[in-house]
Design a protein. Sequence first.
Length: 443
Amino acid sequence: MTSSEAVGSGPTPITSSSDAGRVLVRDLARYDGREVTLQGWILTRRDLGGVRFLVLRDRSGVAQVVLSGIEVPLHESAVRVTGTVVAHAKAPGGYEVRASALETVSEATAPPPVELSKEDRTANPDTLLAYRHVTVRSPRTRAVLKVQAELVRAFRAFLDARDFTEVYTPKLVSAGAEGGANLFEVDYYGKRAYLAQSPQLYKQIMVGVFERVYETAPVYRAEKSHTSRHLAEYLSLDVELGFIESEAEVMDLEEALLRSMFASVRERCGAELAALGAAVPALDAPVPRLPLLEARALVAERYGHVSGGKDLDPEAERLLGRWALEEHGSDLVFVTRFPQAARPFYTYPEADGLTRGFDLLFRGVEITSGGQRVHREEVLVEELVKRGMEPADFADYLQVFRHGMPPHGGFAIGAERLTALLLGITNVRFARAFPRDEQRLRP
Ligand code: AMO
């Protein structure tokens, strides 16, 4: 990103007291012609006939520093540079610093395993992940994680403004809410426990407290398939709200939420988007909503693809995404009315064998499941039994439905999928700082 603007383009935050006397890279223009002290890391160094050019990275961006006759330590050394700010059209941000002194704050004793400024062009993905503790500092990865942080911040801000309360539910649990074989088992004081696959049952219980809740927390799936969209640990952005009439309200809420999250990223992450060459969808048009059976028929008729399984397979999702864009100018499409066999036990069943469960596809990949939930105990027991699950394993959860649970519903967004699809990253691993999968437990 050597030619881009300062990395952080959001509102200028209050400078902390520890910054006293130090100027941030993004503020250089304000100090034109004056002497400043910068602190940061050496991203790149170049030598041109005795004159050294550094690109210095701090929390706000990158700046070019010119030094002559001054020794420069290895890449990623933490340094303090003092010098004069000079306008320079070709430098990032339009200014450079002509240094009079460089002090090494913490010297790098080894060079980074890959050249961080060229991560996207040169490095092998496995190497990048193997050395993630250092490669996570690259301008590219930093931009991805910054956008993700903004998405999550905007998620909270939107929901806070609508009277939602943030909740914190256990990640060590006695039973899996989502079914399937992807539960991680944990030895819990000699007893068997599991890592939570989702906060599903607890967020529903918390509707009885606050009516409207959300959670942003990691969840765990022992995924066996090695795909570009599955992690063993991912950040689940969960929402649940009470006193709804149907799942349509839940979809309305998610549509407005995503519009707001995308608008925040567009407004506050301009430099990151430019550096990544990413475009945020406009979302002017309403998001199309299509029942699953119609979606399958449409994909078969229009594109000749017959989706396998009770769900939509990834190719059918991709084609449906294409249809949404071609016919509705939308990067998003809701798939609704999933059959009971394709949904977890807590999904509100309809008499026709379908449900009030939905998925949301973004650019042809599922980023959300959601729906209206069952709020009657006897129906929940029936649905558990139908799926060969043991109601006794869910005894505490089931009891809550004896205590006045209103009709409710919600959804969960996979934060890494959302980030990756928004930024054009093809593997969800690169949308998490330290991804976990079958092959990776470190760094
Ligand atoms: P679901 O199991 O569909 O639904 O998960 C919701 C969303 O989480 C993301 N996701 C994943 N991301 C990365 N790696 C994985 N292994 C992975 N698995 C899922 C996807 C998916 O759409 N309790 C329900 C949600 C609800 O109804 O509120 C649930 O967990 O983006």
